[in-house]
Design a protein around this ligand. Sequence first.
Ligand SMILES: [Zn+2]
Ligand SMILES: [Zn+2]
Length: 254
Amino acid sequence: MDSGSFIKRRYRIRRRIQTVVELVYPPRCMGCGVLTEADFGLCGACWRDTPFIGGAVCESCGVPVPGATDGFRIECDDCLTSPRPWSDGRAALMYQGKARSLVLALKHGDRPELARPAAGWMARAGRDLVKSNMLIAPVPLHWTRLIKRRYNQSALLAQHLGREVGLECCPDLLIRNRRTPVLDGKTARERDETLMGAIDVHPRRSERLRGRDVLLIDDVMTSGATLSACARACLASGANHIFVLVLARVAKDA
Ligand SMILES: [Zn+2]
Ligand SMILES: [Zn+2]
C-alpha cells in the first residue's frame, strides 16, 4: 500500500470513529445542553444571551467604551487614572448572564472541555495583540487550589489559545509562592499589598521570557490586581512588553 492510500484509509477510519462518537454523544450546546449541529458551540438562544465584546474598547483592559474608534488610543477612566503595568489588554466577553455561568462552569464546575471554544473566542478578541515569538503564560493557581480543582482553568485556556494562534505556551512560567485570600471587596491598595511578592517567575523558566513579549491569560479580570502582579514579575525577570487577554471582563458596576 502506498502512503497516499494509507493516509486515505486512516482518514476513512477516523471519519467512521467520529460518526460513531457523534451517534453516542451528539453535539450539545455548551450553555444549556440542547442538541446542536456542531460540537463546542452555543445554541441560538445561548448565543444571544452571551455578551460578546465588540466595537470600541479600552486598549488597556478591553472594557467596552462609548463612541467609535477614531485611530487614536482609547482608554477607560480606570486605566487613565491608574495606568496598567502592561501594554494592551483585551477580553472576549462581559462577565454577565450566560458568560458568567460559562466561566463559573469552567472554573468550579469541572467542565474543562469549555476551554477550547472559549480560547477560540479569546483568539478573536485578542487578534490585535498576537505577535510572532510571543510567549503565552497563564495566571498561576496556588498548588493547594490546584489539588482542590484538579486543573487551572487559566492554564487550559492558555494551552488551547497557544494551539489556536500557533504560539509557544509556558503553563508554569509563573508560580504562586503562597495562598492569597479572595480579593473581592478590598481596595486597590489592599489588593496590591495582599499580592506583594505572592507571584514570581519560575526560577527555571526565566531564560525563556528574557527579551520576549508575554501574553498573560486569565479567565476573569476584575480589578486587574492579579494580572498586574504577574506583569510586574515578568518585567522584573527581563520580559519585553506584557499583554493581557482574558475570557471575561467584570464591568465596574456589575
Ligand atoms: Zn444553549
Ligand atoms: Zn481600561
